[in-house]
Design a binder for this molecule. Structure first.
Ligand SMILES: Nc1nc2c(ncn2[C@@H]2O[C@H](COP(=O)(O)OP(=O)(O)OP(=O)(O)O)[C@@H](O)[C@H]2O)c(=O)[nH]1
Ligand SMILES: [Mg+2]
Length: 359
């Protein structure tokens, strides 16, 4: 999964990126330089996988990963230029979720050169940039299609495309993102070539001052009326990420932070994108896999290897929590908690699967 960190200049994107990926990219401090996007991979530590590794004495353990991309700050009033450079745009296309990093810390210089802290207004500014950019793309495409139709171009796909675009345009005209238009999956698929900004799932990272962290519940509630939101103290979390795990835990206790930024962000992202985790486990390796909620066993098997999906016979399946509770696979069998499932079984979060397949 790829998540793009997007925001106004100096909102703390690189700081948050460093915190999440334990990187040490330079904090550009007011420079507004167009540096290249940073890319970093984070392992999603999952205690359930640790348990499985230990239980099966696996030789190898593979967590799922999230890739974060730290983009350069978006300038306001971009109507004269494009939102992103060509290179950034092609990276943005690969992003499954946008995480808006919103400044909620005061800094005399940033306050002076940009504006005072105003998270709600910043979210709105960015959203309007997305909407405006999408509007231009949408309008242009509609014109193009209409010209083609006039010229006598005939195709059914062009009509369905036009239909959907004409549904999108008024929404954008009213300044509303396409995300909330309630488009069906088939419709989104038809639009996928355009890479509309305002259609991507969006999560707000409220980057709060370390001294004011936890005092922003009211603000978080307001943001959550429209968006999924995680509050983090970016600068503090960045400092934490450079410490050893033990030291970091002590500091977190001090700050009354139960879960690290990465834990909370991952949880929210999974929720937003409707993702779950299943496992495969044995002596050679314990492996966590990410799939969409509602995926059936045959498709899930395809995540592991395409042969497993093609030759799928059945899946032996139990939940990692049951294994913990009953202590062994033998006991699971005795109490009827080890199931044989067919290809249509909908895989659940925390399932351990063993796929039987023909080659
Ligand atoms: N107090 C405080 N300062 C922060 C926090 N996050 C970032 N800063 C400061 O804000 C400034 C900008 O931080 P960056 O992480 O470089 O911001 P950015 O969004 O990556 O900036 P651009 O890439 O230039 O758009 C730096 O001086 C940081 O130290 C925070 O959570 N608290
Ligand atoms: Mg930066």
């Amino acid at each position: 999964m790829r998540i793009g960190l997007i925001g106004l200049p100096n909102s703390g994107k690189t700081t948050v990126f460093n915190a999440l990926t334990k990187s040490t990219e330079e904090i550009t401090s007011y420079s507004g330089q167009r540096v290249k996007p940073h890319i970093g991979v984070v392992e999603i530590i999952d205690k359930r996988l640790d348990f499985l590794e230990n239980y099966y004495q696996s030789k190898k353990k593979v967590y799922t990963t999230i890739e974060y991309i730290d983009f350069v700050g978006l300038k306001e009033k971009v109507d004269k230029s494009e939102l992103f450079s060509r290179e950034e745009l092609s990276l943005f296309k690969t992003v499954e979720e946008v995480a808006l990093v919103i400044r909620n810390f005061s800094d005399p210089i940033i306050d002076e050169i940009q504006s005072n802290v105003n998270p709600l207004s910043d979210i709105e500014t960015l959203e309007q940039e997305f909407v405006f950019s999408d509007y231009k793309i949408c309008e242009k495409r509609i014109e193009r299609i209409k010209k083609d139709l006039k010229r006598g171009v005939k195709s059914t796909s062009i009509h369905s495309e036009l239909n959907i675009l004409e549904k999108c345009l008024p929404q954008l005209e009213q300044g509303k993102p396409l995300r909330i238009l309630g488009l069906k999956d088939e419709e989104k698929k038809i639009l996928s070539g355009f890479q509309f900004f305002s259609l991507k799932p969006l999560l707000v990272i409220l980057n709060s001052d370390e001294n004011n962290f936890h005092n922003n519940q009211e603000l978080v509630n307001i943001i959550e009326e429209k968006y999924s939101c995680v509050e983090i103290a970016g600068k503090f979390e960045m400092e934490l990420s450079q410490l050893s795990n033990e030291e970091a835990e002590l500091f977190m206790q001090d700050m009354d932070i139960k879960y690290s930024a990465i834990d909370r962000l991952t949880r929210k992202s999974y929720e937003l994108l409707n993702l779950i985790t299943f496992f495969t486990a044995g002596k050679p390796e314990a492996h966590a896999w990410t799939i969409k909620r509602g995926t059936n066993a045959q498709k899930a098997a395809g995540k592991i290897h395409s042969d497993m999906s093609r030759g799928f016979i059945r899946a032996e399946c139990f939940s990692v929590d049951d294994l913990k509770k009953y202590g062994s696979e033998k006991e699971l069998r005795n109490v009827g908690k080890l199931y044989l499932k067919g290809k249509d079984y909908i895989v659940q979060d925390g399932d351990v699967l063993r796929i039987r397949f023909n080659v």
